[in-house]
Design a protein around this ligand. Structure first.
Ligand SMILES: O=C(O)[C@@H](CO)OP(=O)(O)O
Length: 746
């Protein structure tokens, strides 16, 4: 994956043109679909491993670098071109004899990228293959273990897809290959175990137990009454900071430091944990979608083409979080999607909105719905039947995560698919305004509603043949919904009706589950995470949080990958979260239970790294309840103490940090930093994350003497933590990781 080239890839295609037992003709093409990367001289050098004992009788357009031992064919009239089990093929040079050429050959292996040169981005060669005399002449079997011979690429396994159709006789006849396989190449070369080996740190020892504590939503801000971290009693966290400039510092947790489009983007747990675990900054979903929308490429991709097949006769539905928070989705991206779809033939559009009030101010939902309504009215003027069809608050309708409460997803299903909800309105602005007036109502927890026509009938249930696009780019709160929309076998709630739809996510939400199977933009490919390196180097890990943050310290930490890298070395423990309540009701959440599990894991002596996420300051901060958030911060501090006490006992090391800010600032501020009042003179409570930096502290009896934070890094951020932790485990981090935060002084 190359952030400059997020859509790029190289593909090797094999078309089986003729096949009889023991004799096959194959056309191989290498396509450079990168945007910027050319394959320069000395060019590609393609090799693979034959499954059976196979020979290449004849080649055109390319040749193998060696013939190998063909003595088994001594009796035949001609000797094969190559008898190696692992042949290496090179392109012919320009000026090769005419009878040796095929189209797209003979450039010495140089391949330009498709977007820069639409003529020379393909290399092709042709070969006839057969079997050894002592082997069964059988069906063609695709070889494996491809290597393109260009530094920085690894090939995935080949997969079978529809054969290519060829146009012959000046386009009058189409012929079709018999079978077709393609193998994708990735820009990383981690196939062999030795590639994972980390060098020993020259000064720091191995074998220390490290507690890695992530306080969720714990930023650093000026002390005042709206800084709950300041007002809460937090003696443990204070003791890590006060008078310890060498082992306590601040790091960036928002904006470009975590792969977001701009410095105005607050941090969030997804990008924060990705950066913490991966040690590098990857362009994140928000940015990838911006690029795809700006270039219009989003509409050329397979995902959009798939949904657009419903445009002629059926409805296109959009489902997602309606705000400009930029954490899970953005209104401007939805607007571009709606516009682009209408321009490309969508005639009937329905939007199912989820109101926010968590990444943006509570009450802002009304403005967002008004903006969307105005857009849809314009479309209606232009003959597109476009309307909002249903809605509800994000925390109560649809956007649950990590299977904490399927009831949330069911409420969304009932409104969006079945067209059923306890509240019915003729118009969405009226719906949101009215429902917000109910006692205790807020944007996050608005009850579900459907929009109905004059006859009281829902205007937009999702039915057979319709297309559905979920426009959130962030994964965690879309996975459950995606399962309901896509899984044939599904038992989490009674769907009543399971419409046959064309469904695409804005991104792929789970790379392991391949969910959803269609999407508009490819997600960031976060590879070679610190967790994967450390397991390859024998480091054992225990990771724990409660349900609402469990995936943060596992899935996000490991580059959006579920499951273990090495079951023998890892143990992940999830403590069930409270469900069906807002977390200000029980602000201590499961901090104590998480700390107990971490303590036991540390004292067991079985783990080199014990990693936890303490969710309190974030989850309770999001409720906007200041008193409860103070209790939450205190609870997190108590949990930190319990873990640090255990580290003290085993003479280990601690690293305490956070993924983004939240509880340190609970009020909207004016430019001078003073609390901003609304039109009625009331304080505007901030439920969202912030742009603040987060602390990081290191220490413990196991920390070698002379270890301190460097002062020479210009803007250290979350991505610098992975290399730091690797050092504390006694290893040097890979060269392309963001630099370590620490140095060892004599
Ligand atoms: O709750 C969430 O979904 C986000 C805020 O939208 O918070 P976090 O990034 O901390 O998970």
């Amino acid at each position: 994956f190359d952030p400059l080239d997020p859509y790029g890839e190289m593909i090797i295609k094999w078309d089986l043109l003729q096949s009889s037992p023991g004799h096959h003709t194959v056309l191989v093409k290498i396509e450079n679909k990168q945007e910027y990367r050319h394959v320069e001289k000395p060019g590609w050098k393609l090799s693979w491993h034959w499954v059976n004992k196979t020979v290449i009788w004849d080649m055109r357009g390319a040749e193998t670098t060696e013939q190998g031992n063909c003595s088994a064919f001594a009796a035949s009239e001609t000797l094969p071109h190559c008898c190696l089990r692992r042949p290496t093929i090179v392109d012919l040079l320009p000026g090769a004899p005419f009878n040796m050429q095929v189209s797209n050959c003979c450039r010495g292996g140089v391949l330009t990228s498709m977007s820069q040169d639409r003529i020379n981005y393909v290399s092709a060669f042709h070969m006839t293959i057969g079997s050894f005399p002592d082997d069964d002449p059988g069906e063609f079997t695709m070889p494996y273990d491809f290597d393109i011979g260009v530094p920085g690429y690894t090939c995935g396994n080949a997969t079978s897809v529809d054969p290519t159709k060829y146009s012959t006789d000046k386009g009058r006849r189409k012929t079709q290959a018999l079978a077709f396989s393609r193998s994708h190449l990735k820009t990383s070369d981690m196939a062999s175990n030795s590639a994972w080996k980390l060098d020993d740190h020259p000064k720091l020892p191995k074998g220390k137990t490290i507690a890695l504590i992530v306080l969720d939503g714990w930023g650093e801000s000026a002390p005042d009454e709206y800084n709950c971290i300041h007002t809460a009693p937090t003696p443990t966290m204070d003791s890590l900071k006060n008078g310890r400039p060498d082992t306590w510092t601040l790091i960036k947790a928002h904006g470009t430091a975590v792969g977001l489009p701009s410095e105005d983007d607050m941090g969030n747990s997804e990008v924060g944990h990705n950066a913490l675990g991966a040690g590098r900054i990857f362009a994140q979903g928000a940015k990838l979608c911006d690029i795809a929308l700006a270039s219009g490429k989003i509409f050329d991709g397979e995902g959009f083409k798939y949904v657009s097949e419903s445009f002629e006769k059926n409805t296109l539905h959009f489902v997602g979080l309606l705000s400009d928070g930029g954490v899970h989705s953005r209104l401007d991206q939805l607007q571009l999607l709606i516009k682009g779809s209408a321009e490309r033939g969508a005639k009937r559009i329905r939007v199912h909105i989820l109101t926010d009030g968590r990444d943006v101010l509570d009450g802002s939902s009304v403005g967002f719905v008004e903006t969307l309504e105005a857009d849809l009215a314009k479309l209606r003027d232009n003959g597109v039947d476009a309307q909002i069809a249903s809605g509800g608050g994000r925390m109560y309708v649809t956007l649950d995560r990590y299977e904490n409460d399927w009831g949330v997803v069911k409420r969304g299903w009932d409104a969006q698919v079945l067209g059923e909800a306890p509240h019915k309105f003729k118009n969405a602005v009226e719906a949101v305004k009215t429902l917000r007036k109910e006692p205790g109502a807020n944007d996050q927890y608005l009850p579900p509603f459907v929009i109905v026509d004059d006859a009281g009938k829902a205007v937009g249930p999702i039915v057979d043949g319709d297309a559905v696009v979920t426009f959130n780019f962030r994964a965690d709160r879309m996975v459950m919904h995606a399962k309901a929309l896509e899984y044939e076998d599904f038992d989490k709630f009674d769907r009543v009706r399971f419409p046959k739809i064309r469904y695409a996510g804005m991104l792929e939400y789970d790379g392991e589950l391949k969910l959803p199977s269609r999407y508009l933009v490819s997600p960031p490919e976060i590879d070679r995470t610190s967790g994967e390196y450390l397991t390859h180097n024998g480091v054992s890990t225990f990771a724990c949080s409660e349900t609402v943050k469990f995936g943060h310290v596992t899935f996000f930490w490991n580059g959006n990958r579920s499951g273990y890298f090495n079951e023998k070395l890892e143990q992940y423990v999830e403590i069930p979260s409270d469900s069906g309540i807002s977390f200000n009701v029980k602000p201590k959440m499961k901090a104590l239970e998480i700390a107990e599990k971490a303590r036991d894991a540390i004292l067991s002596g079985k783990f080199d790294q014990v990693r936890v996420n303490l969710p309190n300051s974030d989850m309770v901060g999001h409720t906007g309840d200041i008193d409860a958030t103070v209790v939450a911060c205190e609870a997190a501090d108590v949990a930190v103490k319990m873990i640090l006490d255990a580290i003290e006992q085993v003479k280990g090391i601690y690293v305490v940090t956070a993924d983004h800010g939240n509880a340190e600032d609970m009020v909207k501020r004016d430019k001078a930093g003073k609390p901003a009042l609304d039109k009625e003179g009331k304080l505007q409570i901030l439920t969202s994350h912030t742009l603040k930096p987060v602390p990081i502290a290191i220490g413990g009896p196991g920390l070698s003497e002379g270890v301190r934070f460097r002062k020479d890094l210009e803007t250290p951020g979350l991505a610098n933590v992975a290399a730091t932790v690797m050092n504390l485990h006694g290893f040097v981090a890979p060269a392309d990781y963001e630099p370590t935060l620490i140095e060892v002084v004599e």
